[in-house]
Design a protein around this ligand. Structure first.
Ligand code: FAD
Length: 427
């Protein structure tokens, strides 16, 4: 278990249990705990650990231990598999470079069958498309065609009838999780309480009170009209398939459902497609040809304002909206969705090169967003700075044909001053 940290609605876990039941063998879940991952903040680590503790208890009720290993997964998982004489290994799907490298290395080191099950996407990434999609309009019809087949309830995890012989292995691991959690700060305020049950409550509350207004209000940062599900989805504490199913069954209008499923399924799974099929998903080389050409042609344009990394991190620019967005992210762990586009585009405007802008935006996004270190973040930043999944716009200085955003445009959309006032200063 790595990306999908839940007991229910978990495709990899269900597949593993099906095989274990057929073979009349016990079943255990492994989680390899790293001291840090891509600069994730302590609050994000706490959110994850609280969720894992809940998952460990959910699994224990099904007589399945969650076993926590510490250290390099490439060494620890094969070692454990060998020591316990396990007969098969299942893992979840993740398009990010580090995770795929681990999987490849583990596959070389274990001598048992090793299966990957994509339970993170509603339509498994490899099944949705076998190539990098150009934009949402090329991806959407493929997803739509496959959705009826994949948007179905999953069976519940069963009480596992073949007991794990080392009974205390699960409880010792739970102690390890509780111990690791002790010295961490509280989860960041944007998240709400961590874990699968809290994620489900958040989903239910959104379906009851937020979905109807989602399309009309979600782009206004003063409205707080988004679902707030991204941390739960990022850590796999709830399944996107479950969320999508409940949306389709809700009483909201077809338009409201379509608008939300466009983000939850099409855009989210397009981000996985981007990272899976484009090895340069976090580099300039990963941008489409037209965007690289136009950004290259404008490299030496005059940049009226340049800020250093510390100015950005500490929200010290001349743009009040950008500063407020940055403060919102640092203080709460979550920047509102529309602002994220504006935020990344401004970082481009204020950085010496597109490469440096990309580096800075990803660093801040991964360091401060609770839902950071996610394909959605890599795709979102690449969309903003490098035109990924977007089209060419009329040419202008610096941005070339990449879409441009400015403060005057934001003022036409929502009450910028009210938003700026609503976010407290840093420190
Ligand atoms: C520069 C930039 C950086 C971003 N960084 C991240 C990130 O690190 N992690 C992250 O999860 N999302 C990221 N996004 C995408 C999006 O802004 C967030 O998913 C969304 O704001 C999260 O809030 P929510 O769950 O309330 O979203 P809602 O609007 O309620 O949407 C529901 C779900 O749909 C998915 N979704 C929504 N918008 C997008 C989108 N544009 N692309 C892909 N999936 C989407 C998310 O899984 C989200 O949880 C980024 C976007 C940009 C432009």
């Amino acid at each position: 278990m790595s990306r999908d940290q839940r007991a229910e609605d978990n495709g990899a876990l269900l597949a593993a249990q099906e095989m274990a039941l057929a073979r009349k063998e016990p079943l255990a879940v492994l989680f390899c705990l790293l001291p840090s991952f891509k600069g994730a903040p302590g609050g994000a680590f706490a959110f994850m650990l609280d969720g894992l503790i809940e998952t460990a208890r959910d699994l224990a009720r099904r007589k399945i231990p969650l076993i926590v290993l510490r250290g390099d997964p490439v060494l620890e998982i094969p070692r454990w598999i060998g020591a316990r004489g396990a007969s098969a290994l299942f893992c979840d799907f993740d398009p990010l470079r580090e995770k795929r490298l681990w999987q490849r290395e583990i596959a070389v080191r274990v001598s048992v069958p090793f299966f990957e099950v994509d339970g993170h996407n509603v339509v498994p990434c490899r099944r949705a498309s076998f190539k990098q999609e150009y934009a949402a309009y090329t991806f959407r019809p493929k997803i739509r065609a496959l959705l009826p087949r994949f948007l179905e309830d999953m069976p519940s995890l069963k009480d596992h009838p073949f007991p794990w012989s080392r009974e205390d292995e699960g409880s010792r691991s739970l102690d390890r999780l509780v111990e690791a959690r002790k010295n961490l700060p509280s989860p960041l305020p944007a998240s709400g309480p961590p874990g699968s049950a809290a994620g489900r409550r958040r989903l239910d509350a959104f379906l009851a009170a937020g979905l109807t207004d989602y399309d009309g209000k979600r782009n206004d940062p003063n409205e707080e009209a988004q679902s707030g599900l991204s941390p739960y989805l990022h850590f796999g504490q709830i399944s996107a398939r479950r969320a999508a199913l409940e949306v389709t069954r809700s009483a909201a209008s077809d338009e409201a459902k379509e608008a939300f499923l466009e983000e939850l399924v099409v855009r989210r799974e397009l981000a996985d497609n981007f990272c899976f099929y484009n090895e340069a998903y976090d580099r300039f080389e990963g941008f489409p040809d037209w965007a690289r050409r136009t950004l290259d042609a404008h490299r030496s344009d005059e940049r009226p304002l340049l800020y250093g990394p510390a100015d950005l991190e500490e929200a010290r620019t001349d743009d009040p909206l950008w500063n407020a967005a940055q403060r919102q992210m640092v203080l709460t762990g979550k920047m509102q969705g529309w602002l994220r586009m504006y935020w990344a585009k401004k970082i481009f405007e204020w950085s010496p090169s597109p490469e440096e802008a990309l580096r800075r935006a990803l660093l801040l996004n991964d360091r401060y967003e609770l839902d950071g270190r996610d394909p959605n973040g890599y795709a979102g930043v690449a969309w903003s700075i490098g035109g990924v999944h977007d089209r060419a716009w009329p040419e202008r200085p610096l941005f070339g044909k990449v879409r441009y955003m400015n403060l005057a445009g934001a003022r036409r959309k929502f009450d910028v001053d009210a938003f700026c006032r609503s976010v407290p200063p840093l420190g």
